[in-house]
Design a protein around this ligand. Sequence first.
Ligand code: AMP
Length: 446
Amino acid sequence: MQLVPIPRGDPSYNILRKLHLTLLLKTGESGASNYMSFDSLGLNADILRAITEQKYSAPTPIQEKAIPEVLAGRDLMASAQTGTGKTAGFTLPLLQLLSENQSLIKGRRPVRALILTPTRELAAQIGDNVKNYSEFLKLRSMVVFGGVSINPQMMKLRGGVDILVATPGRLLDLEHQNAVDLAKIEILVLDEADRMLDMGFIHDIRRILAKLPAKRQNLLFSATFSNDIKLLAKKLLNNPAYIEVSPGNTTAKHITQRVHFVDKSRKRQLLSYMIGSQNWQQVLVFNRTKHGANHLAEQLNKDGITAAAIHGNKSQGARTRALADFKDGKIRVLVATDIAARGLDIDQLPHVVNYELPNVPEDYVHRIGRTGRAECSGEAISLVCVDEHKLLRDIERLLKNEIPRIAIDGYQPDPTIKAEPIQNGRQGRGSSNRGKNKNQTSRSRR
Ligand code: AMP
């Protein structure tokens, strides 16, 4: 008997696919335990082999929920934070769908899947994941982002690419120069959609959507669901499956959180003391502003603790170098702003320090998600001065929990110091700068 692939557009495709998945899910449900393996999700042998190479033993909750829906061809609206395994949640089924119909593609490979993501780091990270998961498939993937020369990207695109991971600005630049044709996109992924809107990418996204074919599968991932996101989802998604993974349900579940109250002027000293006395070797430190991040990195270096800053004003080369040095253990401390830190995936990051609390409580969850990743344990400490008490209350309200307090002798705050308004940098989401400079922000991310 000869097996002929059914094209995705064929009416029988979805019916057969759904039947197949329903049977698989039923089998899973009737199992003796609620432990699900990757084998039962309907992924093909080449993808399962790649998962084994990654040493993932079981799907995370988001993967368990998202993979069958995507394989069934449905649109998806998923609420999931970084650290939940969401990248594999959309990439694995996407690879499977593309490879199933690959034999139908004649001539030069058109871009068939587009993954849009807000930052360069996240794009690079997703690109690495796509490469790993497609190791045994005949699919080509590529990452494009701004801040680096466009010509090599144009050359590589000419050779044909199946899966493109892109930041919005650079993708539009490439499209304007006819280096990429978006008319054959079958699957669109908007990753970290909330962050893309916050960074002012909505116009770029609209322009990109206008270039895509009307018939396609859309997957939207967002950590938060503001009205803007709901509006975008309404326009974009067609009868989507809704998936939510609560923070307590994620891979990042072994994070010890602590708060240390300390005067603003003594934070740097306390940080150096904690790093030195407890011999921390790899620490990610968060600052609200680019200027603050630079300043702190300089001060730590003066204290004899090797540190580098990573933020949007640094060149792509400097950012890549700082991250590589941090991963290799050449520098002990990476000082980052919220936006730059999106997509940083550092294996087994043991320590995250909130040197300054974020303006937006959800960012706290993103920040601490940098530690305790992929089932490893980690510690997140927030250094909180009197100005930040309200921010702390907002975070604890979101977490529905009080974060345990610690106090190192000699660093108790001076009770006579009064709170002052927080001076926000331009990075502050929800700050008074919101809405202004959107174009500038969007351009400068390219
Ligand atoms: P993400 O939320 O997609 O950024 O993934 C967070 C981390 O979890 C990455 O380092 C992945 O390699 C890892 N990861 C993804 N899926 C699994 C899994 N099923 N088991 C263990 N680790 C995973």
